[in-house]
Ligand binder design. Sequence first.
Ligand code: ACO
Ligand code: OAA
Length: 365
Amino acid sequence: MQETKKGLEGIVALDTSISFIDGMQGILKYRGLAIEQLAEMSYDSVSYLLVNGMLPNDQELAAYSFRLKTERRINGEMIDIMRVCNYGTEALDSLRTAISCTAQMDHENDNNSLEANKNKAIRLIAKLPTMLAALYRCKKGETPYLPDDNLSHGANFLYMLRGEAPSAIEAEAMEKDFIISAEHELNPSTFALRITASTLADVYSAIITGLCTLKGPLHGGARKGVMEMLDEVGNPENANAYVLHKLASKQKIMGFGHRVYRTGDPRSRIFKEMARRLADEKGDPTWYEIAESLEHAMYREFLEMRGRPMYPNVDFYSGVIYKYLDIPLELATSVFAIGRVSGWTAHCFEQYMDNRVIRPRAHYV
Ligand SMILES: CC(=O)SCCNC(=O)CCNC(=O)[C@H](O)C(C)(C)COP(=O)(O)OP(=O)(O)OC[C@H]1O[C@@H](n2cnc3c(N)ncnc32)[C@H](O)[C@@H]1OP(=O)(O)O
Ligand SMILES: O=C([O-])CC(=O)C(=O)O
């Protein structure tokens, strides 16, 4: 039998046309389009691209956005369920229950045709922000806000959390966050859900697999870890000591490192610029300055100790943006999922279209 590769490092498991990563040059493309270009589009366009394989023309985009807006609403039964969900420190624990309930209420749940599955993708993409905002409001004992059809995907989510429309720059930041978080090849959650899909389980089951895998602090949960770290560091002057202590005690620093990117994560560069603009606009440089000091300290100290630098990943400056957007800590991982759900559904469809059950071997010791 072949040699075991711990963590499946470097193993190529399947062919995909959904995204491309060059880890040496720091390149990421969704369906052939560079992440820098995608970041300037709307989330609706990018989600259409991921789910349908090509960018929409104006008419297709208008029809797709209209359907998403129509599907944003959740019914009273769902809200009753949400009132009893009562998550603790991680809203994702309730979000996965809400998705399970949506599946049971979906008359197409057991229909695995491409048409029915695309309908489910639209429902999931549209309803996830509403469900998360409603869970948050219910947890506080308050009535959920109805979605606002005049607002974009990102702006509407912030509106449903706060009850007031966000500023233009906040709406832009949320929209960019959803776009840049939408897809990343065979990351752990996507790989996990492709295994579920490969057994021909339904889309909702696959998405819940992905969601549960995203939760861990070494994957999507790192965003929440970054927000906690910013609070703990508290001041740019404390960044170096924080990094030195963590490295000396062999603890991971959240928001740094990546299995694939070796020279930096291109998404982090876009998020850093967005975080800087938010800091300027809000006249509050604190979170940005702490983050930049952590980035510099990590680069320097890791290089000194290990002979190679360490770069921030997608979660680092996204966590900074969440601080500026006042995203509650317990919602951070689920907000990541709102963006990622487009990529997840695209991977489900790709798996179903050319399926063979994913079943590797283990080396018995
Ligand atoms: C959306 C996302 O999933 S992006 C990733 C989000 N996760 C995080 O930010 C958590 C912190 N980072 C990590 O845990 C890792 O860098 C991962 C999980 C992202 C990648 O893991 P791997 O490819 O397995 O790298 P691995 O953990 O083997 O790292 C290699 C070495 O660098 C060290 N290292 C890697 N990341 C970090 C970090 N963030 N802080 C401190 N040391 C680190 C490891 O301890 C390891 O040291 P060792 O050789 O002494 O064991
Ligand atoms: O690709 C990975 O391993 C993790 C990641 O960056 C993501 O899921 O966006």
